[in-house]
Write a protein that binds this ligand. Structure first.
Ligand SMILES: [Zn+2]
Length: 124
């Protein structure tokens, strides 16, 4: 199994473990440059939505891992099937700030550098 398939399976596993209709429908998994893998799930409040990528990144940051090598997100549809889930603009900004060279997995055959997904991004 190649490295991207390991992350894809990890994202799928966290949704299967924590899926909750209307809230935990997206799972994300990332690999840090040190080789560790962290996963996260989406969290929906009444007005707030926290992306799965943010919870995965947050778990990595808590462990002192801020350099992301690659990341993927999957969405579980109501019929139980999965689809790749491209990062939203806020996730793209977060990735660019901390790991602009990170590989974002958009399908089994589509990979992009994070900085290419948000050209001309505002930098501070
Ligand atoms: Zn997002």
């Amino acid at each position: 199994m190649n490295k991207s398939n390991v992350l894809i399976n990890e994202a799928r596993s966290i949704i299967e473990l924590r899926y909750k209709k209307g809230s935990h429908t997206v799972g994300s998994a990332l690999r840090t440059k040190s080789g560790k893998i962290y996963s996260g799930i989406s969290i929906n409040g009444l007005k707030l939505h926290l992306c799965a990528e943010w919870t995965a990144i947050g778990r990595a940051f808590v462990e002192g891992e801020t350099e992301i090598e690659s990341i993927v997100a999957l969405h579980r549809k109501e019929d139980g099937s999965f689809e790749f889930y491209p990062p939203c603009a806020l996730c793209r900004e977060l990735l660019i700030k901390y790991s602009p060279e990170a590989t974002v997995i958009l399908s089994e055959a589509e990979f992009h550098k994070a900085s290419d997904l948000l050209p001309s991004a505002w930098k501070k």
